[in-house]
Design a protein around this ligand. Structure first.
Ligand SMILES: *[C@@H]1O[C@H](CO)[C@@H](O)[C@H](O)[C@H]1NC(C)=O
Ligand SMILES: *[C@@H]1O[C@H](CO)[C@@H](O)[C@H](O)[C@H]1NC(C)=O
Length: 338
């Protein structure tokens, strides 16, 4: 190694050390303190039960005990405002403590919700979880802690069964989603990291898919440092849609840099790559793939098709038996002649 490479090497080691000393909040998704380096500073990020994961649907197991998720108090904002914050890593909405989650062995209390997204517009990824290798455009996480066992989220975060997160996959389409506008409309007020603003309270259930009964369930982790592995994950089968314009705003309005920083950095691609499943099993609350249910039109088509098929088969069978009979009659006739 020549002098110059040694210098560069030492420079990088020194830079990384300084960056690490600068505080835990400086982790990023790419670059020197990017996701491949997280586990150096946050050991849990290198654990064997990390999130997000790719849901390979053919390997999921049906668990009939998984009952529909029941959001509690999601619709009641009691005319109290919510706090919208640009954390530099995502946009979060602080949720009031009367919001919670039923359908799990304990009662969970809501803490906050936040989003993950990409940068390339529709069909360029941005979600954290993927289904059979396919990402969606964005993902909503609603974070809850186990309030039956623990006094607050900081206590729950490091304990077994401490957290429950709802994962909602988001696709871009043509129609504006009024629920998500309750957040997206105010993003321009928190363009820089650490900025926050009070926004009118809104019905949080308007962000959820209609079908809360079909979902995937597995044991995983927080998808950002410190990556604690205490999360019971629920990823809904049904995706929600926002418009392409809404997605564009989410991808382009926010900065990950603070207002006083000279270099403005867009807050984009704030999703972690999928992690190895290792020994884990992903359970599903539904037995058949609901996508394979037949619509009334398809049912009609199948009934008509089957009837036509039966008639056709009857005609063919009749033709064959007739031919056989005629043949045997012909044969016996010729026999008689001899
Ligand atoms: C959370 O609960 C623990 C244990 O009771 C307590 O020590 C801690 O101060 C609480 N933290 C907050 C932020 O309330
Ligand atoms: C999660 O882990 C616990 C044991 O720690 C286990 O009892 C439970 O069945 C697991 N849940 C899932 C969905 O794998």
């Amino acid at each position: 190694m020549d002098c110059w490479s040694l210098f560069i090497l030492l420079f990088f080691i020194c830079f990384k050390w300084i960056a690490a000393q600068e505080g835990e909040l400086r982790w990023t998704y790419t670059g020197l303190l990017g996701q491949s380096e997280w586990s150096e500073h946050f050991p849990d990020c290198g654990g064997s039960s990390q999130s997000p994961v790719d849901v390979v649907t053919s390997l999921t197991k049906y668990d009939p005990t998984l009952t529909p998720m029941t959001p509690l108090g999601y619709s009641q904002h009691n005319h109290q405002p919510f706090t919208l914050l640009n954390s530099g890593h995502t946009v979060t909405v602080t949720l009031p403590e009367w919001m919670g989650l039923g359908g799990l062995p304990w009662l969970f209390t809501a803490v906050q919700l936040h989003l993950h997204w990409g940068s390339g517009g529709p069909s360029h990824g941005g979600s954290e979880h993927s289904i059979d290798g396919l990402s969606s455009e964005a993902e909503l996480h609603i974070v809850h802690y186990n309030s039956e066992l623990f006094p607050n989220i900081s206590a729950a975060m490091r304990q077994k069964n401490g957290l429950a997160v709802l994962g909602i996959l988001i696709e871009a389409g043509d129609e504006t989603n009024p629920g998500f506008n309750n957040i997206i409309r105010y993003l321009s007020r928190i363009r820089h990291a650490e900025q926050k603003v009070l926004i009118p309270g809104f019905d949080v259930s308007s962000l959820l898919p209609k079908d809360l009964g079909r979902y995937y369930r597995y044991n995983g982790s927080l998808t950002t440092p410190p990556c604690f592995q205490e999360v019971t994950w629920t990823v809904f089968y049904e995706k929600v849609q926002i418009s392409k314009a809404q997605l564009f705003k989410l991808e382009t309005i926010l900065y990950s840099s603070k207002s006083e920083e000279m270099d403005r950095m867009l807050l984009q691609n704030n999703y972690r790559i999928t992690q190895p499943l290792n020994h884990r099993v992903i359970y599903k609350s539904f037995s058949a793939d609901p996508g394979k249910d037949f619509s009334p039109g398809e049912v009609t088509a199948i009934v008509v098709g089957v009837m036509c098929g039966c008639v056709g088969l009857a005609v063919v069978i009749r033709f064959i038996t007739k031919t056989i009979r005629e043949n045997s009659v012909g044969k016996s006739n010729s026999k008689n002649k001899t």
